[in-house]
Design a binder for this molecule. Sequence first.
Ligand code: ZN
Length: 137
Amino acid sequence: MNRIMQKIEHIGIAVNSLEKSIPLFEQLLGTLCYKTESIKSENVNTAFFKTGDSKIELIEGSAEGSVIQQFIEKKGEGIHHIAFATENIEAEIKRLKSLGFEFIQDIPKKGADNKLICFLRPKSTNGVLVELCQEIV
Ligand code: ZN
């Protein structure tokens, strides 16, 4: 079997305010935020930190009623999703669907950090929101 889920690419954390949380995570991780990015289609702003081979992605809602805002209203700030790097996201979606996993959307879309992404339904993964991502080259 080839390496399908290559590594944990990043962990996404929902926060109320990037302005407050970026300095906090810079202190926590001892490294500077290397990129911020707004994803208009998702109504989120994101900030990235490198931690060894993986990353931390802070996410704040940028508009009323964004999914991140809804998440925080329901569960509070905290871990939102785990993202796994894949070499071939299409093949991976096919593989997982054939095993009965459900996806929020079947067709990968462009996400933050120059990636194609898609999310599995948490009800098919023990309540964990799992993101698959593939670097766009
Ligand atoms: Zn993510």
